[in-house]
Design a binder for this molecule. Structure first.
Ligand code: AHG
Ligand code: MN
Ligand code: MN
Ligand code: MN
Length: 314
């Protein structure tokens, strides 16, 4: 029975308590709480850290910023010290890092430590994206995730997670604790927001027709260039679609299956939405390499279906 504390309107449910109610293993509760703790250091780095480049590049050939490298180190250290992680892969690491040898009750984690890092210098929102699998295999389909989450560093810091039993949002309070703000988030079947990535003059005919259809329908353009805030908008408002299609010269688009797409696809599907590469659900793709990319259409079910119809006709 919820109770009121003096000065508070209602009892605040913290992340650990909420996780315990999901009836998942203690190790998974611990792991998700450790990631939540790490995010407090990441947001501190984002707020106060060096805005320069690191002088290195990642496996995609992207120039790493000092903040990419620092956020990656914060996350990796915390995962290693959690004691419940076997393999770790990140957008900013060249290969899989083995924290400990295979043993019962361990998890593997794939993450993007600071998605949208190039937006920090113009003070736009960024985020951390995390996928969790049982055991040590990181090259398996996203449907096998046992948990997915992101942390959005915006005017407020929010954490959205699912362990397959609904999608829930927590917001960081003045004590830097994550407390429950929305439970069992669900999406409408369609909506009037569209968030299209990639240069439009590199779109193929089907994508071009789909975007024109959305415009004719009066959909509002909402694209910040940060995957986490852009997805968060579609998910929280429960309406619309985010897409980053195949482009002329980039047949798999830009976004990465392991580090970006799988976690978001899991969250959006569990909120009643859909996520495909234009032909099949993203969560059913068996990745063959760490750096694999895919085109993405993610959001309300009917909007994603419509995109697939336009692609099939083209
Ligand atoms: P990252 O900062 O991790 O390299 O990823 C950036 C991603 C994502 O945040 C966003 O959706 C997309 O790249 C933006 O790409 P464009 O600049 O091509 O719009
Ligand atoms: Mn990058
Ligand atoms: Mn990213
Ligand atoms: Mn990144």
């Amino acid at each position: 029975m919820p109770f009121s504390e003096p000065g508070k309107t209602k009892f605040q449910v913290d992340l650990r308590r909420h996780l315990r109610e999901q009836q998942i293993g203690d190790n998974l509760v611990h792991l998700i709480c450790e990631i939540a703790e790490a995010s407090k250091y990441v947001i501190n780095a984002v707020r106060t850290g060096d805005l320069g480049v690191a002088g290195t590049s990642n496996l995609y050939g992207e120039e790493q910023l000092a903040l990419d490298v620092l956020s990656d180190r914060i996350m990796r250290k915390r995962l290693i010290h959690s004691g419940v992680v076997c393999n770790i892969a990140s957008e900013e690491m060249d290969e899989i890092f083995q924290a400990q040898a295979d043993a019962a009750g361990l998890y593997s984690v794939a993450y993007d430590p600071l998605d949208g890092s190039s937006l920090v210098d113009v003070n736009l929102a960024v985020g951390t994206i995390v996928s969790i699998y049982e055991g040590c295999n990181l090259l398996q389909k996203g449907r096998n995730q046992v948990a997915a989450m992101y942390i959005l560093y915006g005017p407020r810091v929010s954490l959205v997670y699912s362990v397959g039993k609904g999608v829930h949002e927590f917001t960081m309070n003045h004590l830097m604790e994550y407390t429950l703000t929305r439970e069992n988030i669900t999406m409408n079947s369609e909506g009037n927001i569209y968030s299209p990535g990639g240069l439009r003059n590199k779109y193929n005919a089907g994508d071009e027709k789909f975007v024109r259809y959305l415009e004719d329908r009066g959909a509002k353009l909402r694209y910040s260039g940060g995957f986490v805030p852009d997805i968060n908008q579609v998910l929280m408002k429960g309406k619309g679609i985010f897409m980053y299609p195949a482009l002329n010269g980039s047949p798999n688009g830009k976004l990465r299956i392991l580090f970006e797409l799988n976690a978001m696809a899991y969250l959006v599907e569990h909120a009643g939405g859909a996520a495909t590469n234009g032909r099949q659900p993203l969560l059913d793709i068996e990745p063959v390499s760490l750096d694999q990319r895919a085109p993405v259409y993610i959001g309300c079910k009917n909007d994603v279906k419509k995109a697939m119809e336009f692609l099939a006709e083209a």
